[in-house]
Design a protein around this ligand. Structure first.
Ligand code: K7E
Ligand code: CUA
Length: 662
């Protein structure tokens, strides 16, 4: 029997300890040559791009390593008025869901697309934790290209994790809930009967990256926390950490911490794929949004889909095997060879390392516990275990690897990163973090070929590290040099939102593949004006379409009349520039909206409903030339029923009014 009950009082003490311990030494702990290791001289480039989750900001931040310089914030799940994301008409559909438009989410994990188990620099996948979604970011534009909602899910935390060739991006639900096709109006304490887990296998088109839900696995109701695909010899398998295997529905802090061991759930996804190919999956009616951004039209579309294929693992018990793992495991990480699977029990005093070969043998020998879990086989702990790292630290969360057979584990409670050897499981080094490290990241540290060299700790608490800024302090990243036997702290910098996971790729992989401009000749936006001669103002009932162009340093047209109260005005701004790094912006007084930021060759639309009669200035918001302040115009709003005709002009070039469209 592997499940033992802990007395409640002990749990309370554990919980207290879990949240209270911090290292006392807040000193710099930085050695003399640290500055030279992170110094990237003006005009020089960083060695790595580091993609860091923005947590509750909903965005993805891009930093250079080793400098720690913030290069860009890519809006993903949250609106961003700075870039017009979720404000322009073109981007609004990206934030559509089956619940309607949602302006925010909580982004935790980052997964690079891979070829042969190594990041290939095409796309980054990230998760929306709250309203379950996946997003794909294109690494030639640094823009969110696609967002896919996940049905049958309640919190998309165990996500996104990819297979060796990004055949699938996999997403496990954090909260189990009744499936979307059944009546969910059930008492919450019927969790055990009615709540189910779902894991989505999302296929990725090799050429254009498009995501589609290939199938879902329906599992017992537990909480899925994190996951990793197998690699090398374990390619074809997936490993998920679970908690709340107690299936509690209240006071999880206590009730989901009762079992001495929860599980790593090993999934034979190749087998699941075979069943799906053999037609064993069941079609289920659901509702989810699939949003895509086209760089041909510079416009997003949102489609609501109605069906998903589900395979119930209870009916196919050779897909899923549970492996006991002490105690509320958080991270579940696979080493570069694919042989070792590290479980990080948040409340455990040791780190179990499982062996893929032993797991295979245990399955062949049926080395299972007498008691199944929800009807599924539980492999005996010892039969799957390679060994345990003893006294690694307190509150282990996540593990990454270098190229030399070492593992690095973050310790939330004892605030340290711990280096240990995968073969002999001995701790080699430990260095403090300031403070309470969550994820850590080694460039390539999740892949078959880690780059090593650096480790970044992403910390939850900053306290005394930076100048204080009121009650809320920025969270932080800390950079360690791991090229030697001992890890050396070399840099400490604040981050946006809350950093959870991050991944880094060599700058060389993508820096010369960046889109610099969009070719105006191929712009297929329905409201493009490909030159000033194509600008116009068109009334369609009470909708007015303004085809406007921007080029240094004027907007065409810059005098517009004939707008009336009750009109909805659409400013379709085309940036005529064909030079790198010359965006123009657009804003108008009183607009209940963000600005537009329009890249060269692109068309973007701002919707404006005038709320009063008068003259409204508009202007370019991006300082684009010495005469940027001149890049402005006026629009006249007349009362409803006024007979001021539509007219528009730039300078002396008076343009005739365009008759109302049919
Ligand atoms: Cu921050 Cu990956 Cu959501 Cu651990 S999770 S810390
Ligand atoms: Cu265009 Cu300022």
């Amino acid at each position: 029997m592997f499940i033992k009950k802990l007395p409640l009082i002990m749990l309370a003490i554990t919980a207290l300890y879990f949240s209270a311990c911090k290292p006392k030494n807040t000193g710099t702990a930085v050695s003399g040559d640290a500055a030279s290791k992170v110094y990237v001289a003006p005009g020089k480039y960083d060695e790595f791009y580091n993609f860091v989750s923005g947590g509750f900001s909903g965005q993805l931040a891009v930093y250079g390593l080793p400098s720690g310089r913030l290069l860009r914030v890519i809006p993903v799940f949250s609106v961003d008025p700075e870039k017009g994301w979720g404000y322009s008409e073109e981007t609004k559909p990206m934030l559509n869901t089956s619940h309607g438009f949602i302006p925010w989410d909580d982004l935790h994990h980052v997964e690079m697309s891979m070829t042969n188990g190594v990041a290939d620099g095409k796309w980054v996948f990230v998760n929306g934790n709250n309203t379950p979604r996946l997003a794909r970011i294109d690494l030639t534009t640094f823009r969110t290209a696609e967002i896919l909602e996940l049905p049958n899910s309640g919190g998309n935390h165990s996500s996104p994790f990819g297979t060796e060739n990004s055949e699938y991006i996999v997403a496990g639900t954090r909260f189990s809930v009744p499936g979307d096709d059944v009546n969910g109006d059930v008492p919450i304490d019927t969790y055990k009967e009615n709540f189910k887990g779902h894991i989505s296998f999302v296929s990725v088109n090799k050429d254009n990256g498009e995501m589609n839900i290939a199938f879902q696995l329906k599992t017992p109701g537990v909480n899925f926390d994190l996951a990793r695909a197998g690699k090398g010899k374990s390619n074809g398998w997936f490993f998920f950490s679970t908690y709340n295997t107690e299936q509690a529905n209240t006071l999880l802090e206590v009730n989901a911490s009762k079992n001495d061991k929860d599980f790593i759930m090993a999934v034979n996804w190749k087998k699941a794929e075979e069943y799906i190919k053999a037609g064993k999956g069941k079609k289920q009616a659901v509702k989810y949004a699939h949003n895509k951004f086209s760089e041909e039209t510079h416009t997003a579309t949102s489609e609501i889909k109605n069906e998903v294929t589900v395979l119930d693992v209870a009916e196919y018990p050779d897909i899923v095997y549970f492996i006991p793992c002490p105690k509320s495991p958080h991270g579940c990480d696979v080493d570069p060879t694919g042989e070792y699977i590290v479980g990080s029990g948040k409340l455990a005093a040791l780190l179990p390392v499982f062996s893929f070969d032993k797991i295979q043998k245990a399955i062949a020998d049926k080395a299972f516990e007498a008691e199944k879990y929800s009807g599924l086989p539980v492999i005996k702990y010892e039969a799957a275990l390679y060994g345990e790292v003893q006294k690694p630290g307190l509150g282990p969360l996540h593990t990454e690897f270098d190229a030399n057979g070492n593992a690095y584990t973050s310790m939330f409670v004892s605030s340290e990163v711990v280096k240990w050897n995968i073969k002999d499981l001995k701790v080699i080094d430990r260095q403090p973090t300031f403070y309470s490290v969550g994820h850590l990241m080694v460039p390539g540290g999740n892949t078959k070929k880690p780059f090593g060299k650096y480790l970044v700790a992403y910390n939850k608490i900053t306290k005394d590290r930076y100048l204080p800024t009121g009650p809320e302090l920025s969270q932080s990243a800390q950079l360690y040099d791991i090229s030697g036997e001992k890890m050396k702290l070399i840099l400490d910098y604040p981050t946006i939102g809350e950093p959870h996971y991050a991944q880094a790729i060599p700058a060389e992989l993508i820096k010369d593949k960046q889109v610099k401009i969009f070719d105006i000749k191929t712009n297929k936006h329905p409201y493009v004006a490909k030159g000033e001669g194509e600008t116009k103002v068109v009334r369609e009932g009470d909708k007015v379409h303004v085809y406007i162009t921007a080029i240094r340093s004027h907007l065409t047209p810059d005098n517009i009349e004939g707008i009336k109260m009750g009109d909805e005005v659409f400013f379709h701004v085309t940036n005529l520039e064909q030079d790198w790094d010359v965006p123009h912006g657009f804003a108008i007084k009183g607009a209940n909206n963000g600005e537009l930021l329009v890249m060269p060759g692109e068309t973007v639309t701002l919707k404006w409903t005038p709320d009063r009669v008068g003259i409204f200035p508009f202007y370019c918001t991006d300082f684009c030339s010495a005469l940027h302040q001149e890049m402005s115009g006026y629009i006249r709003v007349s009362p409803k029923g006024s007979n001021v005709p539509i007219s528009f002009k730039l300078g002396v070039k008076k343009t005739d009014s365009i008759p109302a469209a049919k």
